[in-house]
Write a protein that binds this ligand. Structure first.
Ligand SMILES: *Cc1c(COP(=O)(O)O)cnc(C)c1O
Length: 411
């Protein structure tokens, strides 16, 4: 499929076009044409003043997206998982007592990463599919932890973790509140400042609609003070924030640290322009409507959401597969016959759940209509009630993002 073409004699073979896919899984999400076009611009040097200007604009748009004025805000050269490693390696010291909310795969990974960093890990758990009760997190915060880490959007189960008051609770005892905002950033209402989050990371390939490859990252004064007061340097050279910031925020010129993935920064810059053209508030509302409309559209097909009302993650609708339906077969048919990717369930939902992305431009009527029609066809059901429910749901959205305005992929 991706084999180089024109092997015989042609210079500079071009990759054959990959298949047309409508990406409605847990990530990557659909990439708008504007973002792809930005990526295809000529590469310039990572120390070129013109690139510096682009970095400043990108960082400023990221601050607005995170809802923070933190100077230390930048995209790390890594996927979201690299953002997790950076968070842990900079702000957790060996021997620290660190609480972690665990209610799914990404909470589990965080607990693993914390243990590797030498932290004494205090797990605060909930069953997969539920949020960790706030009271339990407040209890843990009251026990004098050095840090508390939460996954704001648990993509493995479609749950959004409430954070109310956790920042204040941690700050009262001098600890840090740290967060995984990979799936929530740009799709679920979030302000780093209002939530009192001291440091957080995200990824480009979920609600921001850029390809995978960068990890937006932000750290506030408390977190930076913790970093500066460390007894030992962070164990990772690449992710040592004080070194990376010498390049991203260099006050007396940018010092070479590593060669930034230039064209990925072009992509993120363009993706963030799309976010702010729409405005964050409108975008959050659109994700809410998209999630709810799709949930209602799937109900007539016997498909129910896993997360209870009030705990749902708008950018990711995780559902139970109807009794008697072969999960993998239907998912495979969606991809093969309809060119639509959705994701399977994980953990206790493996073979019994689907995870449907409602991310960025994917959170619009055209792709959702195509998914509903394809699902109904594969389940041998009539789609009329579902499509009516989808249209009805979207009627409450004051503005809709026209798929055709940002993507030439048929939806
Ligand atoms: C996708 C995801 C990650 C990992 O991001 P990658 O880009 O796949 O490395 C981490 N946390 C959450 C909540 C995610 O959804």
């Amino acid at each position: 499929m991706f084999a180089p073409s024109g092997r015989s004699g042609s210079v500079g073979g071009v990759l054959k076009a990959p298949p047309q896919r409508l990406l409605l899984g847990a990530g990557p999400s659909p990439v708008p044409d504007r973002v792809l076009a930005a990526m295809a611009q000529p590469t310039i040097g990572h120390l070129d003043p013109a690139f510096g200007a682009l970095m400043d604009e990108t960082a400023e748009m990221l601050r607005r997206t995170f809802g923070t004025e933190n100077r230390a805000t930048l995209p790390l050269s890594a996927t979201g998982s690299g953002g997790m490693d950076a968070l842990v390696v900079n702000f957790v010291e060996p021997g620290d007592r660190v609480g972690v909310a665990v209610a799914g795969l990404f909470g589990e990974r965080m607990a693993d990463a914390l243990g590797r960093a030498g932290a004494e890990v205090v797990r605060v758990e909930a069953g997969w599919g539920r949020a960790v009760p706030l009271e339990r997190l407040h209890e843990a915060a009251g026990e004098g932890l050095d840090a508390l880490v939460v996954v704001h959007g648990e993509t493995s189960t479609g749950m959004c973790q409430p954070l109310d008051g956790l920042g204040e609770a941690m700050h009262a005892s001098g600890g840090l509140l740290l967060a995984d905002c990979v799936t929530s950033l740009g799709g679920q209402s979030l302000s780093i400042e209002d939530a009192g989050i001291d440091a957080a990371f995200s990824g480009t390939q979920k609600c921001l609609n850029a390809p995978p490859g960068l990890a937006p990252f932000t750290a506030g004064e408390r977190a930076i003070a913790k970093l500066e007061g460390r007894a030992q340097k962070p164990r990772s050279w690449f992710f040592d924030l004080s070194l990376v910031l010498g390049y991203w925020n260099g006050d007396s010129g940018r010092a070479y640290h590593h060669t930034a993935p230039i064209n990925m920064v072009y992509a993120l810059h363009e993706a963030l322009e799309l976010v702010h053209e729409e405005t964050l508030a409108a975008r959050w509302e659109r994700h809410r409507v998209a999630h709810e409309s799709l949930r209602r559209a799937l109900a007539p097909l016997g498909i129910e959401r896993i997360a209870p009302e009030g705990e749902q993650l708008n950018p990711l609708l995780a559902v139970r597969v109807p009794e008697g339906v072969d999960e993998a077969a239907v998912r495979g048919a969606l991809l093969e016959r309809h060119g639509i990717e959705i994701s399977g369930g994980l953990g206790p939902f493996a073979g019994r759940g689907w995870r449907i992305g409602v991310m960025g431009i994917g959170a619009s009527p055209e792709p959702q209509r195509r998914l509903v029609e394809a699902l109904a066809a594969e389940l041998g059901r009539d789609s009329a009630d579902s499509l009516a429910a989808l249209d009805e749901g979207w009627r409450t959205c004051e503005h809709v993002f026209a798929w055709s305005s940002v993507s030439s992929t048929p939806a």
